[in-house]
Design a protein around this ligand. Structure first.
Ligand code: NAP
Length: 351
């Protein structure tokens, strides 16, 4: 990394009160494929924040299965967004915890002001790097009590779980919620968030994760290899589908007469990876009494703040599976690609 510091503040340059270098180490996405052949850990210019943006010194970056899919260029129907022949975006990663080092000239006014030195968490494209730029609206402050690795686990997985359980499922305290895929990055948040909202939780996981999801508060744990949940003669007010491997008719059989299925995950061939199932559910939804809905990832400052506050208060504890230094990026991606992680894995960024 070059040690030149930038501290200028002029009309068309960001307001900067902390100095930072010119280049950084980053996970550069050269082509679609596995991490060892398509990603290079190398030097790159540090991006400058635009007027409404913030430059964050990355301390930790959560890894989601979405990062693995982007790296692979999967599913193929998403290629126009990723880039047809080669990746459009130079650096991988989407979620970040770190410290603000520079802000655009429209950021430091208003209620959600950030200033250099603030600890933050949130969404930042290009997070697998020493520095990342993002819109101020995609960040929230990290309280002192919240560790950096836990903070980095929140944006994608914590917010997805929160939106599925609290905003989309329609389930209320005392109602029955079924989490399919309870032991993964989103599932471990979903079980805890549902419990924190007083819901009765059935968690579906493999036997090796039964203790984990029980410790997170699940009232009932079902081993998907030993028991088909459909044969249990039970129904749920809401199904949070993270495993993504059941046909729509199966999800409907698990629901009460007016229950809601929130389709979050997808599983299937490399062309759509199960998205055709989601489309079928959306087309069917207007004609049935049950509610079939899908969740699309997206940033929400209010949602991020809600999950952050649950974590800061101890009501929800991020389950950290593994941490990896940026130099072991390929190992981290291979682990995520296994699809059998226990909670969330995080890249810890030095320097
Ligand atoms: N729509 C969105 O905005 C959004 C956002 C984030 C994630 N997602 C999607 O949500 C899904 C889950 O994400 P994640 O990050 O939690 O994935 P993950 O960390 O890879 O977890 C997947 C979990 O599924 C479990 N599993 C595998 N087969 C199962 C089965 N037959 N029944 C029940 N559980 C099973 C695995 O547990 P075992 O190891 O015990 O088998 C694993 O813990 C993914 O498809 C992801 O793409 C969507």
């Amino acid at each position: 990394m070059t040690a030149t510091a930038r501290t200028a503040t002029t009309e068309n340059t960001p307001q900067i009160t902390a100095s930072y270098p010119v280049t950084m180490t980053a996970a550069l996405h050269r082509s679609f494929g596995d991490a060892r052949s398509s990603v290079e850990i190398a030097s790159a210019p540090i991006p400058s924040p635009g007027p409404t943006q913030v430059l964050v010194k990355v301390e930790a970056a959560g890894i989601a299965i979405g990062d693995w899919l982007t790296m692979q260029g999967l599913p193929y129907i998403a290629r126009p967004a990723y880039g047809l022949a080669r990746p459009k975006l130079p650096v991988l990663g989407n979620e970040v915890a770190g410290t603000v080092v520079a802000v655009g000239d429209q950021v430091s006014s208003g209620a959600d002001a950030f200033v250099p030195g603030d600890r933050v968490l949130g969404f930042a494209q290009g997070a697998f790097a020493q520095y990342a730029v993002t819109e101020a609206a995609h960040l929230v402050r990290t309280p002192d009590a919240l560790g950096t690795v836990d903070a980095a686990a929140i944006p994608v997985s914590g917010l997805t779980a929160y939106r599925a359980v609290v905003e989309e499922s329609g389930a209320k305290a005392g109602e029955r919620v079924l989490v399919l895929g309870a032991s993964g990055a989103v599932g471990t948040f979903a079980v805890q968030i549902a419990k924190a909202h007083g819901m009765h939780v059935t968690a579906v996981a493999s036997a090796r994760n039964a203790d984990l999801v029980a410790r997170l508060g699940a009232d009932q744990v079902v081993d998907y290899a030993a028991q088909d949940i459909e044969d249990m003669g039970q129904s749920w007010d809401a199904v949070i589908d993270l495993a993504g491997n059941r046909p729509v008719r199966s999800l409907r059989r698990l629901l009460t007469a007016r229950g809601t299925a929130v389709i979050v995950g997808g599983n299937g061939g490399r062309v759509t990876m199960g998205f055709s199932r989601t489309i079928r559910a959306m087309l069917l939804n207007p004609f049935v009494k049950q509610r079939l809905t899908m969740l699309v990832a997206g940033s929400s400052q209010a949602g991020l703040a809600a999950v952050r506050d649950m974590v800061a208060s101890g009501a929800v504890i991020p389950v950290i599976d593994r941490t990896f230094p940026l130099s072991r990026f390929a190992d981290a991606m291979e682990h995520i690609g296994s699809r059998h992680t226990q909670g969330k894995s995080v890249i810890v960024v030095d320097g």
